[in-house]
Design a protein around this ligand. Sequence first.
Ligand code: 2HA
Ligand code: ZN
Length: 281
Amino acid sequence: MPPFSHPISFIEEAAPFVQLCWEMGWNEANGGNVSWRLPEEEIHGILNRRFPNTVLGDPVLLPEPHPSLDGEYFLVTGAGQYFRHAITHPAEVFGIVQIVNDGTAYQRHWGLINGGRPTSEFATHLVGHAIRKRVSNGRERIILHCHVPEFIALSFLMPLDSRELTMALWQKMPECIVVFPDGVRVVPPLLPGTVKIAQASAIELEKSRIISWSHHGIFASEEDPDKVFALVETIEKAAAIHRRILSAGGPQRGIDTALLTELTEHFASYMVADADLLKDQ
Ligand code: 2HA
Ligand code: ZN
């Protein structure tokens, strides 16, 4: 990874991460988006120290209020921006906004220059943050949406069913059930950026950090860039193995339920949730 420095430490971390997502083939052109709920005091201090003369943007009304996010700062990718440009054009690719007015609006603090706006999926990201902040007791902070090819391919090859998809992935690599015990929850094909997909996503995000936007991509929540990258990387690897097996005529066997159960017992301390989809079998 090329060295990259930036006065805002969170941009310094986010730009190489976003660049890497492009290198992985997950975020072509303006595909995909990221939002990161930043520690309030830290980012407030950095912006005051480094950019004391910033003129704040006018508050922009959100389609849905999020009182539980009032005051939170988000680093967010801009609508139409290319992940590939993150390191060369960070102030265009990224913005830092704050949720204001009791969670009814956002206000730009930094970046999104040349008339930029947050990603078209920002409203859905905020729905995700509000839910996952509550469910994870504040641990999860970053949401990555990307167009992971092997994972998307499965939505054309398999039933659009959370249990079937999750089992297929868990059965391909022993790490899977430990890394994502909450499974992958399937959202049906819906128009991106709409209230409808936000509502359908909200139902599934109550149950898991990871959802599949069928025929479109993955939407995953974690603690920091490294962890969300590792999560998506693991899921995409398992999806690739499963797709290869399907292409070769389908599985003759998978890691069986008894071994999956043993894995959950042996590695219980690493797991962030119970493997409910295994128990419900
Ligand atoms: O272009 O990925 O889901 C951004 C997107 C929309
Ligand atoms: Zn997308």
